[in-house]
Design a protein around this ligand. Structure first.
Ligand SMILES: Cc1ncc(COP(=O)(O)O)c(C=O)c1O
Length: 498
């Protein structure tokens, strides 16, 4: 294939004391080489083993012990990607990556990152880079239309869902206005202890946020789930009432649309009713499944989400935007502002009409131009293009579930509403622990071949295999290969555990 870069292969300018100061032509030449390198990497990523064959310390041993005293030529940097980095990478871009939740560096997303770095703006205030703030909020409002969520929600990007949940719970805490926690802290005399509620299937970031906010692990009460791993709302009601009677101050419920292990969907409408009745902040974590709201046929799973006080989803999970990019929304920007606004003298500006200073709505001050990659992905795919990939992933998951259901050596372990299937190998005659070990072994064996990586989770105390389809490049052939490997390794995994 012909290289688009006429300079490719041209000899590198010698490194010298001035080598850091790239003039535009050096930048162009190096940039072309870097883009060529990336294009070649992406072209062959599907042929590499998903998991690297390295032991801890191997990668670091490939690096010089001391930093270079003098500048190095750009070629040396690129060749170390091949020599040191790629052999130590887990290839999240691989179409056979079926562990956790798949993520993808799509072309427009990668180039959006490049441009954002080139601008290197810091959008802490509107004034410090108006385009950084306005593109971010505008594109996030597009997404409200794309997902059919309330158009008047206040949007901002955060790096990850974990931070979005932290921001949400800080706002929920601030909403307990009579306690004046911002001013007095949590330990002021006479303060009740605050408690939040989430299902036992909620992501660990919820508990971590409460630890970080000083509410402690005791500040989270985990609510049992029904047979489909959905929060049991009767148990939630009972827990809230019990806690109130015992002197706790219930303040927030975190509902999940697409829990991490099984992608179950909490009954958000019923939870919203209860939140309204008890004046609790409702935060919805749709980190993974939020992308599925693109599909009209999936909207029923999002019923009640429009009543959330805060809501998040990760374009960096299933919407083909490179990590990190998490969309956070709230119906109460005033409460976020009460929680977070603290303007030092050097950042005071004349108030400008209709200008939003995003530093007042969260923990971070500095803010990069994270929206460009998201904007470019949406524009390049178009909403319909995004829908068709997500719809195809859901179809592949249904297909896989059908194959599993028709093989009596396997069983489905949970409903699969989106693109993730939980299942188990079965070995009649093996005790539970033996079957658990065999399932672990099966995942290891399948992943050990190279072209496929899948992980396990635990459901109701039992080891469960989990195949999550979310990478842009995953096709039916990759899912079929994973299934064939599962079938062909089943017997050996059972013998090993027996
Ligand atoms: C439901 C859910 N919430 C939150 C997270 C945390 O995401 P992040 O890595 O963006 O913090 C995950 C991660 O998989 C998740 O599945």
């Amino acid at each position: 294939m012909e290289s688009p870069n006429p300079d490719r292969g041209a000899s590198e300018s010698p490194a010298g004391p001035e080598s850091w100061n790239w003039d535009p032509e050096s930048f162009r030449a190096h940039g072309h080489r870097a883009v060529d390198w990336v294009a070649d990497y992406l072209a062959r990523v599907g042929e590499l083993p998903v998991l690297p064959a390295v032991r801890p310390g191997d990668v670091a041993r490939g690096l010089p012990e001391h930093p270079p005293e003098h500048g190095e030529p750009f070629d040396a940097l690129l060749s170390d990607l091949d020599r040191v980095v790629v052999p130590g990478l887990t290839h999240w871009n691989h179409p056979g990556f079926f562990a956790y939740f798949g993520i993808t560096a799509s072309g427009p997303g990668i180039l959006g990152e490049l441009v954002a770095s080139a601008f290197n703006t810091n959008g802490m205030l509107w004034k410090t880079s108006p385009a950084t703030t306005e593109v971010e909020q505008h594109v996030l409002r597009w997404m409200l239309e794309m997902f059919d969520l309330p158009r008047d929600w206040f949007p901002q990007l955060v790096d990850t869902a974990s931070i979005g949940t932290l921001v949400a719970l800080a706002a929920a805490r601030e909403a307990q206005a009579d306690l004046e926690i911002r001013k007095e802290g949590l330990a002021a005399p006479g303060h009740p202890r605050l408690r939040a509620y989430a299902s036992e299937q909620a992501h660990s970031s919820v508990e971590k946020a409460l630890i970080t906010l000083g509410l402690g692990q005791a500040g989270l009460r985990k609510i049992p789930t029904d047979e489909s791993f959905r929060m049991d709302v009767r148990a939630l009601r009972q827990a809230v009432e019990e806690d109130r009677a015992d002197g706790w101050r219930p303040f927030a419920v975190i509902a999940t649309v697409g829990t991490t292990s099984t992608t179950s969907v909490d009954p958000v409408s019923e939870i919203a009713d209860l939140c309204r009745e008890h004046r609790l902040w409702l935060h919805v974590d749709a980190a993974y499944a939020g992308t599925a709201a693109l599909l009209p046929e999936m909207r029923a799973h999002f019923a009640g989400c429009d009543r959330a006080d805060s809501y998040l989803m990760n374009p960096h999970k299933w919407m083909f935007v490179p990590i990190d990019c998490s969309a956070f929304y709230t119906a109460h920007p005033d409460v976020l502002q009460r929680a977070f606004q603290l303007v030092p003298d050097y950042l005071r500006t004349e108030p400008a009409a209709h200008a939003t200073d995003l530093m007042n709505y969260g923990v971070q001050l500095g803010r990069r131009f994270r929206a460009i990659k998201l904007w470019w992905v949406i524009r390049t795919f178009g909403v319909e293009g995004l829908r068709s990939r997500v719809r195809e992933h859901c179809r592949l998951a249904r297909e896989l579930a059908r194959w599993i259901g028709s093989d009596d050596r396997f069983e489905i372990s949970a409903p699969a509403p989106f693109s993730t299937v939980c299942f188990r190998g079965r070995w009649p005659g093996l005790p539970d622990e033996g079957e658990d070990a065999a399932n672990e072994d099966l995942a290891r064996r399948v992943s050990g071949h190279g072209p496929v990586f899948l992980a396990t989770t635990r459901l109701r105390g039992r080891t469960t295999l989990r195949l999550a389809i979310g990478n842009l490049r995953s096709e039916e052939s990759h899912v079929r290969l994973a299934w064939e490997l599962l079938q062909s390794e089943h017997a050996a995994a059972g013998e090993n555990a027996g």
